[in-house]
Design a protein. Structure first.
Ligand SMILES: Nc1ncnc2c1ncn2[C@@H]1O[C@H](COP(=O)(O)OP(=O)(O)OP(=O)(O)O)[C@@H](O)[C@H]1O
Length: 604
């Protein structure tokens, strides 16, 4: 049944469940090696010690064979020679153990260092990507890629060193085997193609199985993130049962994918090697047994060959065992690479853009805007906001108000026309100055884990405590903050769950105003706020707008009656514009909208 599910999944879905072509796997391997840059010397040390270990593991059976065949079979061998050999042999074993310790220690340290580096790079990259990327990739899937996927790199690098160890060990063993009995060694060369064949078969099947497993884990994390982020709505609309069954379904799919892997590994890994080792040992005994019919076969030779065979198969076994993690690492590396290569960046500024915002004049000239480059959302949008003016954007839901702000804030790229600030192309503005001078207040501003003070300061140490108090007073947030037992030091949980919607809004006002922006972008809150807080918010907004160019999305038309210009949007087109009075006099779209809201308010 489990197989069937996986088969179905394979057919159904994502590109992850298809096999990664070999050349791409190699490219990923190369990339993973490059990602280990800061740990190169540790890897190099581990590899060097591993190489010395392989020489020793080939050499020890060789000298033991000579000792057994020449010294032990000779009754005249002095005791001193035996003791010296034993001491020398023991010393080499101790040396080998020390080498193994450093080898393992450096592998581990190097892999951890490399892992740490990759995680940092991935996290940094996420912050370079634009909103469009996050529209497309669920948060939970990103958590999987940055956290779980990177974990498997650790084993990947381990395998890489194991692989080098296995190759070196095989070469060293064959050298000593040929020195001992070339005839038998020629036959034993056959082991190499046979094991390569088993490795190839395993590789072929495991790649798609691991890819599918990763995809399922990612879907599982995405579902979990969705459940946690939407917990309020889930509880409100009694969605628990549906969410539970959806989660269970994905969880089962993940289980099936893992089960498939377990079955594949238990069939193809250990038993295959054990069988080959057993058969090779039988062959060696048969070969040497045959020789014994014509001449005596020394016991040391039998000992050495059975030992060497172990030294070939054990590292190969290790390699094959960790091939599963190699597959995991390659798939994860592939997915991490997808993030690192993604070019859905924030909209780019022109090279050497260094324009500064001084007065705050904004002009939209025939702007066309689309999120995906296919569906045009804003059509030929043109308007001018003179310094200090307030421009209000109104219109039904989906009419393009937020999209106008998204284009102005450079969250998304616009396709046609131009946006100018103080007469300069918006793409010529210095990005740091731009973000400082544009004060954006969203409907639901995100609160970070910390306290009220840090949420206003936003970890900008150049802002003093007094400036924070002044900003809070300016936006009328001081009264509620002072009434809290710990005032500005009141702890804030991630997302601000300990604060009311109105309080969060006031904190976000203070956060914006403390930076003294030249231009204000306001997305008026639609949340229900008590009348007292509402009055405080309106007072705050009035204060904030003074001497600042303001672009405000207004849901309640009563709040923007005094705007210098009101743009009425419908399906991304400005259908009317003017002041409140002018628009009412036109008795058009705005008039209807206003009347409708007035009636709704009267009915409340
Ligand atoms: N991130 C996005 N990706 C793709 N399309 C989007 C995105 N955001 C909005 N849209 C689409 O753009 C159109 C305009 O949406 P927009 O959010 O600008 O409307 P709005 O006037 O601000 O609505 P509301 O008052 O409900 O906030 C809608 O058709 C919407 O589906």
């Amino acid at each position: 049944m489990a197989d069937n599910t996986v088969e179905k999944n394979k057919k159904n879905n994502s590109i992850w469940s298809q096999s990664i072509p070999v050349h791409e796997q190699l490219a990923v391997v190369w990339r993973l090696i490059k990602m280990a840059t800061p740990a190169y010397w540790m890897f190099a040390g581990a590899i060097l010690f591993a190489l010395i270990s392989t020489l020793i593991s080939g050499y020890l059976p060789y000298i033991l064979q000579n000792f057994m065949n020449k010294q032990l079979t000779n009754p005249n061998t002095p005791l001193n020679a035996v003791i010296s050999f034993a001491l020398g042999f023991g010393a080499i074993q101790i040396f080998s153990a020390i080498l193994t310790y450093f080898q393992n220690f450096w592998y581990g340290q190097a892999s951890e260092t490399a892992l740490n580096n990759v995680r940092k790079r991935l996290y940094a990259k996420l912050h370079q990507l634009g909103m469009r990327y996050f529209d497309q990739v669920p948060g939970g899937a990103l958590v999987t890629r940055v956290m779980n996927d990177t974990e498997s790199f650790f084993d990947f690098w381990m395998l890489l060193v194991n692989l080098i160890y296995a190759v070196a060990s095989i070469i060293s063993v064959y050298i000593f085997m040929f020195a001992s009995d070339p005839g038998l060694s020629y036959w034993l060369l056959l082991i190499v193609p046979v094991t390569l064949l088993t490795i190839w078969v395993y590789q072929k099947y495991s790649s798609s199985v691991y890819r599918n497993m990763r995809a399922k884990l990612s879907a599982l994390n995405a579902k979990l993130a969705e459940s946690i982020n939407g917990i309020e709505t889930i509880q409100n609309f009694h969605q628990e049962t549906r969410m539970k069954s959806e989660f269970e379904k994905i969880n089962q799919e993940y289980f099936d994918a893992r089960f498939h892997m377990v079955k594949m590994d238990s069939r193809l890994l250990g038993p295959m090697n054990q069988l080959l080792l057993g058969m090779t040992t039988v062959f060696i005994l048969w070969y040497l047994g045959n020789q014994s019919f014509t001449a005596a076969v020394a016991g040391g030779t039998i000992y050495a060959f059975t030992n060497w065979i172990g030294n070939i198969f054990n590292p190969l076994n290790n390699v094959q065992q960790s091939l599963s993690t190699f597959q995991d690492g390659v798939v994860s590396g592939y997915r991490a690479g997808k993030i690192l290569d993604d070019t859905t960046y924030e909209p780019a500024q022109h090279e050497n853009a260094n324009g500064k915002i001084t007065d705050g004049k904004i002009e939209f000239r025939h702007v066309d805007f689309s999120y995906d480059g296919k569906t045009t959302i804003l059509h030929d949008l043109s308007f001018t906001a003179e310094p200090g003016q307030t421009i209000a954007l109104v219109g039904h839901t989906g009419s393009g108000k937020s999209s106008t702000i998204n284009a102005l804030m450079r969250f998304y790229e616009f396709q046609k026309g131009s946006i100018l600030i103080d007469g300069q192309d918006i793409r010529d503005l210095d990005p740091v100055d731009f973000r400082e001078k544009m004060g954006l207040v969203l409907q639901d501003s995100f609160m970070f884990y910390g306290d009220i003070n840090s949420n206003i300061r936003m970890y900008d140490d150049s802002i003093t405590d007094q400036q924070i108090v002044d900003a809070a007073r300016f936006v009328d947030a001081d009264k509620f903050i002072d009434s809290l037992p710990h005032g500005y030091k009141t702890p804030v949980l991630e997302g601000g769950s300990s604060l009311s919607a109105g309080q969060k809004q006031l904190i976000s006002f203070a956060r914006t105003i403390v930076r003294d922006p030249k231009i204000l972008i306001l997305d008026e809150a639609t949340a229900n706020i008590d009348t007292q807080t509402e009055a405080a918010i309106q007072r705050a907004l009035k204060n904030m707008r003074t001497n600042r160019t303001t672009i405000a999305i207004a849901h309640r038309l009563s709040t923007i009656k005094d705007a210098d210009l009101i743009l009425v949007l419908d399906k991304g087109v400005v259908v009317e514009q003017g002041t409140h009075r002018q628009l009412l006099a036109q008795k058009g779209y705005y008039y209807d909208l206003y009347k409708m809201q007035s009636m709704e308010n009267a009915g409340k």
